[in-house]
Design a protein around this ligand. Structure first.
Ligand code: AVJ
Length: 320
């Protein structure tokens, strides 16, 4: 592909991901320690996330898939045929084929920061949809993206499933939506997954399953830091916590120190008191109106909301 040989990951002389190290060191230096959720997804973390989508308490993936399976006729009616589907963060998932079968697209453009994921997803989709032009783009979709010339004259449908938008605080989410609006151009549509506010016990269970898969996912971040950033964090001294914070309408995941802990990361020293936490993820939840407000602030006009039968999750269609 055109992007072959371009590295989006900036490694230092020792092979350390500079952005990872700087996010961890600055995040651990704040009064409320915090590490961005994007760093969960090393190989083990990506596997654990896939496992999360199968635990009984974690409903979002099943609910969104139910919508994609059930609303195909309405997607076809409101989206129409011939659009270039631009997927932000190409999942090699079951979701994309469901959308593509419903709407008869003119092209498929998966965007991902990981060339490896990207090529796997592109190969998978090409095999399932022979004749569909597939143009993978290795890109950081949180920034403005230049789409391939081959789709310049096709109207676009942005596809951003999974409620990944919920991992961003509103101001960052709005920035991203505005960049997507510029990337996709006039006449574009956006189909975006947004998880819905619901009973706090259901939400907290979804992020703290009984089998401990989400706990392992959260704790794996510490294991990754130890391996990649020459650190010696005692992982056993931390416990996973998922808490609903109503003011922000979000689930927060934290790693809670069970005792006083002292450790080094890349030669820098850190100390935590018993009960002190590292904030590792936000997962914002929406109601119909808050979803609309976020989209409007992001320069998108809501067109339609679809939910699963239990109204746990929504797919929202918006127009530029
Ligand atoms: C990345 C948005 C799909 O916030 O629900 C799952 C990640 N974290 N369990 C979410 C996640 C803990 C997830 N998404």
């Amino acid at each position: 592909s055109d992007s072959e040989g371009i590295r989006l990951v900036d490694l230092d002389e020792g092979g350390v991901d500079r952005a990872f190290r700087s996010d961890v060191l600055s995040g651990l230096s704040q009064p409320q320690k915090a590490i961005p959720a994007r760093w969960f997804y090393d190989e083990r973390g990506s596997q654990l996330f896939e496992d999360i989508t199968r635990v009984p308490e974690y409903y979002p993936t099943r609910a969104e898939t139910e919508i994609l399976r059930g609303k195909g006729d309405e997607f076809a009616r409101l989206i129409g045929a011939g659009r270039a589907v631009v997927e932000f963060g190409s999942g090699s998932s079951v979701k994309t084929p469901l959308l593509l079968s419903a709407i008869a697209p003119g092209a498929y453009v998966p965007l991902d920061i990981s060339g490896e994921f990207l090529r796997a997803a592109a190969a998978d989709l090409s095999a399932k949809f022979p004749g569909l032009p597939v143009h993978p783009v290795e890109a950081d979709f949180t920034k403005r993206v230049e789409l391939p010339g081959a789709v310049a004259n096709l109207p676009k449908l942005g596809f951003f499933p999974g409620s990944t938008i919920g991992n961003m605080v509103p101001r960052t989410a709005v920035d991203l939506l505005r960049e997507m609006r510029v990337t996709l151009g006039d006449g574009a549509l956006l189909l975006i997954g947004m998880d819905l506010v619901k009973d706090k016990t259901v939400l907290e269970a979804a992020y703290d399953d009984a089998a401990g898969v989400t706990a392992a996912f959260n704790l794996n971040l510490l294991t990754r830091i130890n391996r990649e950033l020459d650190a010696a964090i005692p992982v056993e001294a931390f416990q996973h916590e998922a808490r609903w914070v109503d003011t922000y309408a979000r689930i927060e995941m934290h790693l809670v120190a069970q005792q006083e802990v002292n450790f080094t990361v890349s030669g820098e020293q850190f100390a935590m008191k018993a009960g002190e936490t590292i904030h590792t993820e936000n997962s914002h939840k929406f109601v119909r109106r808050s979803a609309n407000t976020l989209l409007l602030a992001g320069h998108w006009t809501p067109v339609e909301h679809w939910t699963d039968a239990e109204e746990r999750f929504s797919l929202v269609l918006a127009r530029a």
